[in-house]
Ligand binder design. Sequence first.
Ligand SMILES: Nc1ncnc2c1ncn2[C@@H]1O[C@H](COP(=O)(O)OP(=O)(O)O)[C@@H](O)[C@H]1O
Ligand SMILES: [Mg+2]
Length: 163
Amino acid sequence: MEVGGSVTGVNGGVVAFPDEASLEAFANEFACNLRAPMVIWLEGDLGAGKTTFARGLIHALGYKGRVKSPTYGLLEQYQTASLQVLHMDLYRISDPEELEFLGITDLMDEGTVLLVEWPDRGGQWLPDADFVFRFVYAHEGRDLHWSARTRRAKAMDYSAFNT
Ligand SMILES: Nc1ncnc2c1ncn2[C@@H]1O[C@H](COP(=O)(O)OP(=O)(O)O)[C@@H](O)[C@H]1O
Ligand SMILES: [Mg+2]
């Protein structure tokens, strides 16, 4: 899959996860290569694995506590030793302008990783994605269709995607 004005190498692809453990392992390895700031949009139907990935990533980045789905509060904030993770779920947002009141762009800084479930409901108030991850049901497991949209994303070490 080619996205945007291509730079070097691979800009996207598909990774298969036969079970939850393989998706968690991917989140772990992706976390190792991740550099803030980074905006990751998480697309896919209910139950497709968006929160599973976010939870795995947040734990892999060093957060020790419970990571719950932000479906009702829209936003959960996590502080690790080296960075901040903002985890959003816009499934229940009634108006994209709610994002303006949350002040999401003010919360972002150079040390922030932003994860957004249901980004299509955020309209113009959402920062553009470095990565778009779309989770799709595949038999008993899930496929991840990923694309790197920015130079920053394309510069990342892609070893996590080659499983
Ligand atoms: N690769 C996978 N294969 C099979 N089941 C998975 C896989 N990844 C996650 N699951 C299961 O699917 C569900 C995903 O839920 P969740 O991550 O909350 O979805 P979403 O946030 O996309 O609505 C969980 O019950 C999880 O155990
Ligand atoms: Mg979810």
